[in-house]
Design a protein around this ligand. Structure first.
Ligand code: F3S
Length: 775
């Protein structure tokens, strides 16, 4: 029986979790009338803080215009990004998070010799970070998944995702949970903190890209191929500003974990998130993962008729009939073939039947060095048992993989279940190396032992989701291709990138021809998933104010945050141009990743990489800036020197400043070192927002030619900035420039895109200052 109290005219009582949602949805309907809505809109808009104000904030045309102020249901954080999120949350001085949250220790474990060794080594190397995260989790009542418990997205799918939920995750592949009919969006730490303190989280209403699936996948084709194909069609930018919503009869043929794989890789086309409707497979997955109540609730809602309207399909978790999509793509699953994407970009998509020819034409390596399967993208029971069927057939023929073969289970739950059901044994008997339940080679945490040195050209195939240059092993010459686990496995046996398991054969030790039978597996285990090691995963712990959050004052990896100063009660005067940058300036240029990842929780230490690959416009030198006396420094050194001298500064740059990612360190670091203004020809949108959240003012030139008139060392006063901020973002701002040598003065007009809320952030010193003030 459903718990709950409210009875609607012709429906059963609602399960408590859906009651609030339905109330909000009724408000949405009141504001929008009979307008047909997509599934994504229904769930998203039903999480609005102030429905009417948000929906109408951009006029009647919501998508692409309205500023949605959303109240997510929960926040999930991975260990690398959780550090700064927690540090920011701590500076708000709250006793607990306003909504449920979880921390997952997965990114910091290096994949090397195999699960046990790697896990103990990873725990040892990162002990202080894990201790910090665990103690913060205890203090603030956050679920804690220690190293070895699993990869964030797999754990979230298994434990937290239920239809109709809205979640934020501090990782770009968080939309994985869209496979279970949730809206889950990847964000930076500062955004996560907004939700954690109970403040509304703002999002420009996304457009909706519909993907209608028909038909049924053939033997060698897997859900991964849907998104590999789509990435080829849409490119890495094709989904920007969109939610991808799947529909059509083909959806019913997919497993829940298969749908999650497709949503996971929506990040590769730049989509805000992706979502599938609720299906029978979703229900089966909820049951297999021991969430019978959630399955029953969702099933009952399927019969719920809404407020008397047959069209009101809210709780069917489907789009309204006739709902409009901003773009619509149709994919016939029956006609789809396996795809292989790469190297170096996930949208370079080649159908398997053409891959051999492409490898030869492009002169990509024919020898395959390693095949890696699993990760948050592809380690479901279905994926693993399909591969198992291939391994068994190959073993019967006396074959072993010719290339190194690695398996990364996505969670302890899936690992323990595969162990129970004998699948892991099949992997190890075939010579596969089972790595720990962590990100490992997917995030560059891979110690190779095959003698492939940095700089050596080689090819690997993974069933992961991302394949930027150097992503897996830090070697820019490693050509990394993405495919389904089945295709990765087949090629690993062949040791060749030109092998096509559909048409080609291998030769067995006794000289016979062997053709892989079509893979087959089980969607889920016949008995529910094993929970695995009991010590893993501390859930629903009450906050405990007596727990001290573990940060050693001498730590090189963690440091408490000091709040930034508020904006002065006047315009800014005496700013100096630290550096004028030419060419691209991405978030990588501003805050490099790689070895710097280990300082993510230590703002002073990570700030020593600030702009360290920026090109000085005056000299063409990389990472060089000149002090007012002409002395030469690295950019971060001079920034630090000026910080100590109390000299605030400004950066001048060209187009698309801050392109790349939502990396909040790219805004935090300059702010920490004393940046007050960035003026450039144009900004990347997310970074521009991040700057404002950290209290840095982003301005663009009205006349691009003014870029030429302002130089490093020039002195700058803002004119009209304080007034504009006090007027909630209304008003013009210009820069009064005083040339360093001649003292000549002139005014440069600028533009800004500061909203009322953002003006408040900047005046307070940062969004966090403002938030903590209101708490
Ligand atoms: Fe981890 Fe790679 Fe997924 S880094 S969260 S396994 S995308």
């Amino acid at each position: 029986r459903l718990a709950g109290t409210r009875h609607y005219s012709n429906g059963p009582p609602l399960p408590p979790r859906y009651e609030t949602l339905y109330k909000k949805y009724s408000e949405v309907r009141r504001v929008l009338g009979a307008q047909r809505l997509t599934l994504a809109e229904k769930i998203l808009y039903s999480h609005l803080d102030n429905v009417e104000e948000s929906l109408l904030s951009g006029g009647r045309d919501i998508r692409g215009n309205a500023n949605l102020k959303l109240k997510p249901d929960r926040v999930n954080m991975q260990d690398a990004s959780a550090q700064m999120a927690i540090l920011q949350f701590m500076s708000c001085n709250l006793p607990q998070t306003a909504i449920p949250a979880s921390i997952h220790c997965d990114h910091l474990i290096v994949g090397s010799r195999g699960a046990d060794d790697d896990l103990s080594a990873g725990i040892e190397t990162n002990r202080e970070v894990f201790d910090f995260l665990e103690s913060a989790a205890k203090r603030y009542g956050i679920d804690f998944w220690p190293p070895g418990a699993g990869i964030i997205h797999q754990t979230v799918l298994e434990n937290y995702a239920v239809p109709g939920l809205m979640m934020l995750g501090t990782d770009s592949h968080s939309p994985n949970a869209g496979g279970l009919c949730t809206i889950t969006i990847g964000v930076g730490g500062a955004d996560a903190v907004e939700a954690l303190v109970g403040a509304p989280w703002e999002l420009k209403a996304p457009k909706i890209l519909g993907v209608r699936l028909t038909g049924k996948l053939n033997d060698w084709v897997s859900p991964k191929d849907v998104i590999l194909h789509l990435a080829g069609l849409l490119t890495v930018r094709g989904g920007t500003g969109y939610i991808v919503e799947y529909s059509g009869p083909g959806v019913e043929t997919l497993s829940c974990t298969g749908m999650a794989t497709i949503c996971n890789m929506g990040a590769e086309i730049g989509a805000t998130t992706s979502i599938f409707p609720f299906t029978e497979a979703s229900s089966r997955y909820l049951q297999a993962t021991r969430r019978e109540q959630a399955a029953r609730d969702a099933q009952l809602l399927q019969q719920f008729p809404g407020k008397g309207s047959a069209e009101d399909a809210f709780f069917k978790f489907q789009a309204d009939e006739g709902a409009q999509y901003d773009q619509l793509i149709e994919i016939n699953l029956s006609e789809l073939e396996p795809h292989i994407n790469g190297p170096f970009t996930p949208d370079l998509s080649t159908p398997l039947s053409k891959f051999k020819q492409t490898v030869k034409e492009e002169q990509w390596p024919e020898k395959l060095s390693a095949g890696l399967i699993g990760s948050c993208t592809n380690s479901s029971y279905e994926d693993m048992t399909r591969v198992e069927s291939m391994l068994k057939a190959a073993a019967d023929a006396g074959l072993k993989p010719a290339a190194d073969f690695y398996i990364t289970p996505g969670s302890e739950q899936i690992r323990a279940t595969l162990e129970r059901d004998g699948t892991l044994e099949t992997f190890t008997e075939a010579g596969g190396i089972v790595l720990s339940n962590a990100c490992g080679p997917c995030i560059g945490q891979w110690k190779r032992h095959d003698g492939v040195e940095k700089g050596t050209l080689n090819a690997i195939l993974t069933s992961y989701n991302r394949n930027f240059r150097g992503r897996n092993d830090g070697n820019p010459e490693t050509m990394n291709f993405l495919a389904s686990p089945e295709i990765v496995t087949a090629m690993a046996f062949a040791g060749s990138t030109t092998f096509n398991p559909v048409t080609d054969t291998l030769t067995t030790p006794d000289g016979k021809e062997f053709r892989f039978p079509a893979p087959h597996g089980l969607e889920g285990p016949e008995t529910p998933f094993e929970t695995g090691k009991e010590s893993l995963g501390v859930l629903s712990q009450p906050p405990n104010p007596d727990v001290e959050v573990a940060i050693s004052p001498s730590s090189e990896r963690l440091a408490l945050l000091e709040p930034f100063d508020a904006f002065p009660a006047s315009d800014l005067t005496g700013l100096r141009v630290l550096v004028k940058i030419t060419g691209k300036c991405t978030t990588d240029t501003i805050s490099a990743a790689g070895p710097w990842l280990k300082y993510k929780g230590h703002l002073p230490n990570i700030s020593t990489n600030t702009l360290n690959t920026a090109v000085n416009a005056a000299t063409g030198e990389v990472n060089v800036a000149y002090d007012l006396d002409g002395s030469k420094h690295t950019i971060p050194e001079l920034a630090q020197k000026w910080k100590e001298e109390g000299r605030p500064w400004i950066v001048v740059a060209e187009h698309n400043y801050g392109e790349g990612s939502a990396r909040e360190h790219a805004a935090l670091q300059p702010r920490y070192l004393g940046a007050r203004v960035i003026v450039c020809k144009s900004f990347a949108r997310i970074h521009e927002t991040n700057l404002k959240k950290q209290g840095v003012v982003p301005l663009t030139f009205v006349e691009e030619a003014d870029y030429e008139r302002i130089e490093a060392g020039d002195e700058v006063d803002t004119v009209g900035l304080y007034e504009m901020l006090r007027n909630g973002g209304v008003g013009e701002v210009s820069l009064l420039v005083r040339k360093a040598g001649s003292g000549e003065e002139f005014v440069i007009p600028t533009r800004h895109a500061v909203s009322k809320d953002q003006a408040g952030f900047i005046l307070a010193g940062s969004a966090l200052n403002l938030l903590s003030r209101g708490l």
